[in-house]
Every structure is written in structure tokens, then in C-alpha cells.
Design a protein. Structure first.
Length: 371
């Protein structure tokens, strides 16, 4: 085998943007010693290896950075992946135990072994402690994998933490699962998983606001996703897909409108009018008129009684917070601008003239300065 400890130390030091002098001071050696290590003219004393590994937050094995000339470790990884993909849990676990005897600190072997044990624990329904043993051993191996994870691994630490949470939560340890997921719940990205375990624990009142928050965040940001992907479909010469996607968004937002007007109505205005424009460009004039009708309807509905309370949106009862306010008559004015700027060729149609008249009247009734 080839020992690359000097190269590894140099890579880790540069990755942290440290000088040789800073590293020498941190581990208690001379600058010359660090220089010799990195030039591989000498190796660190064996007694200082744990201190260097701890400083860089890697295992001693990872610090040594040796390359096994045999391809056996790669064969183990490939076989474990195959067992994992085919869901051959028992055969995979047997191979994992054999592999870990030889390579106890290999990141990929540890995480594959942990996942296989996680799956096994989910299928065990015994009261002799077997499930508990599998859960704890899976968690232990995930945690060990975290400590030896290579800095350039595509597997992020958060992914392993999520798997630890799943191992706990799917086996009845809801509090442990929720605690881990809350630690990495940046901007609510783990709300759905946290809510799932809260529901399993019977805590519906705690789960509901997390799910409502996630629902509205998804619906609100879905519009940006749709608009951007729509542009990509047009660039690919496939605008029909963009129209279907835009229609999906408009119909989703309409489902979020309730018995009284809400911010969902305002978004419906933008979505349906945008859909109408795409339908016109595609030659679907009947579809265009239908979408225009819905856009105008929601504009008149919103401006007649504008509500910015999040709780006014369907499915969001009991939540707190307000959406950003717009100027009076804004929804109707948006519809007026869209009709006059994008659909002027239909100005002589009775439907067009009626809508424009209704919109102008509604806009001016809430803000006399609007025309």
C-alpha cells in the first residue's frame, strides 16, 4: 500500500486556508516538522497522529490516506450497493459484517451497512430486543460514518442525519427523530417529516401548523418554479408543456380560495391571465377566453374585499401572519393592464368590453385616482 499522510495533511491544511505555521502551533510541533511531513521527507510520530486527526476532524485512517492496492474494498462496495438496490437485506447484512471486519472505518461500507440495518429494523416485529439492537447499531454506524466522511464526499452530513432520524422515527422513537430533524430544519424544509412523526405520536395539534406552513410555502413558490420552467419549455420548442404546467398552478391556487376572498385570489389573477396569454399564443382561443374569465372573476372578488390574513386562505385556518399588502384596486388594475396591453386585438368583443368596464368601475370605486 501507498501511505500519503503528507499529501493528506497538506490538502486538509489548504482546505482550511491555514499556514504551516498555524498548523504547527495548533498541534505543538515546529514549522520545519510540518514542512517535512508535507514534503514526505518524514512522517509524524505515531503518538501525534490522534491529535492531528482530531484537529482536522477526520479519523486516523482517513488521515493516513492510504490506497489499498487490492480492489477488494471496491468489490465489497459494489456488492453492497447491488444488495441494497435489490433489497436483499439479509444477504447484504452478512456481507456488510464481513466487510466491516476488514475495513471498519470505510465511509461507504459503514453507511451501506447502516441503511441495511435500518431496513431490517423496519421489518422486525419482535419483542426480544432484536428491533432495539438493530436500531441502535444502525444509528451507531451512521454516526461513525459521519466521523469518517471524506471532505469531498457527495453525501452531505445532513443526509446521514436524516437517515438517523428515519431510523429512530420509523421504529417508534419519535422524540429522538423529531429532535434531529428540528436541528436541520432550515426554512421549514423538514416540516413534513417532523409532522409525520408528530402525527404518529398523536400530536396532531403540533403537526397541523407545520403542514399548513409547508403547504402555503409550496403553493406560493410553485408560481416561480412554473414561470421559469415554462420559459425552458418554450426554449425547447414545446410550449404545450408550459401551458399544462401553468394551468396546474392556476387550478391549484383556485383550490386555495375559500368562501371569502384571500391572497390566493390575487395570485389567481396573475396565474390565469398568464395562462390566457400562453393559450392565445398557442391558438387555443376558447381556452384563452375561459382563463380570462377566471382571471377577471378573481380580480373583482379580491378588490371587493381584499384580505391579507394568511388564515383567510383555504386550509390555513388557525394560522397567524399577513401577506404583503398591495395598493387598493391593484388586482383589477393588473387585469386592466393585461387586457389592454396583451389582448387589444379582442377589444371589439363584447366579453372584452364588459370585463374592461367592470374592472375599471371596481378599481375606481376603491381608489378614485385609478382610471
Amino acid at each position: 500500500m501507498t501511505i500519503r499522510i503528507g499529501t493528506m495533511i497538506a490538502e486538509l491544511r489548504k482546505e482550511r486556508r491555514m499556514t504551516q505555521e498555524q498548523l504547527a502551533a495548533a498541534v505543538g510541533v515546529s514549522i520545519a516538522a510540518v514542512s517535512k511531513w508535507e514534503c514526505e521527507s518524514s512522517y509524524p510520530d505515531i503518538t501525534i497522529l490522534p491529535a492531528i486527526a482530531t484537529f482536522f476532524d477526520v479519523s486516523v485512517d482517513a488521515l493516513l490516506g492510504y490506497q489499498v492496492q487490492s480492489s477488494q474494498v471496491e468489490r465489497y462496495k459494489e456488492q453492497l450497493m447491488q444488495y441494497f438496490d435489490l433489497f436483499k437485506v439479509d444477504a447484504g447484512l452478512a456481507l456488510a459484517e464481513e466487510a466491516l471486519m476488514k475495513y471498519p472505518n470505510d465511509f461507504d461500507i459503514l453507511r451501506h451497512a447502516a441503511q441495511l440495518q435500518m431496513f431490517k429494523a423496519n421489518t422486525v416485529d419482535r419483542e426480544d430486543g432484536e428491533k432495539e439492537r438493530l436500531v441502535e447499531q444502525a444509528v451507531d454506524r451512521f454516526q461513525r460514518a459521519l466521523t469518517v466522511r471524506p471532505s469531498n464526499s457527495p453525501v452531505r452530513p445532513e443526509q446521514l442525519k436524516i437517515l438517523i432520524a428515519y431510523t429512530y422515527g420509523d421504529n417508534g422513537k419519535y422524540d429522538q427523530a423529531i429532535a434531529i430533524l428540528e436541528e436541520i430544519n432550515v426554512r421549514g424544509v423538514m416540516n413534513v417529516d417532523i409532522a409525520r412523526y408528530l402525527i404518529m405520536a398523536g400530536k396532531y395539534s403540533d403537526a397541523k401548523p407545520k403542514l399548513q406552513s409547508h403547504l402555503w410555502t409550496f403553493a406560493f413558490t410553485f408560481g416561480t418554479l412554473v414561470a421559469s420552467l415554462n420559459e425552458c419549455f418554450k426554449a425547447d420548442g414545446n410550449p404545450a408543456l408550459g401551458i399544462d404546467l401553468q394551468q396546474l398552478h392556476a387550478e391549484l391556487m383556485e383550490r386555495l380560495t375559500g368562501t371569502t376572498s384571500s391572497y390566493a385570489d390575487l395570485i389567481c389573477v396573475w396565474s390565469f391571465l398568464g395562462l390566457a396569454e400562453d393559450q392565445r399564443d398557442a391558438g387555443d382561443i376558447d381556452g384563452m377566453w375561459g382563463s380570462l374569465a377566471k382571471g377577471v372573476h378573481h380580480a373583482l372578488r379580491f378588490d371587493a374585499n381584499p384580505s391579507y390574513e394568511q388564515s383567510a386562505i383555504k386550509f390555513m385556518d388557525g394560522t397567524e401572519g399577513q401577506m404583503g399588502k398591495v395598493t387598493p384596486g391593484h388586482a383589477c388594475q393588473d387585469a386592466i393592464d393585461k387586457l389592454t396591453n396583451k389582448f387589444a386585438e379582442f377589444a371589439h368583443d363584447e366579453r372584452y368590453m364588459t370585463w374592461l368596464q367592470e374592472l375599471k368601475a371596481a378599481a375606481s370605486s376603491v381608489d378614485p385616482d385609478m382610471h
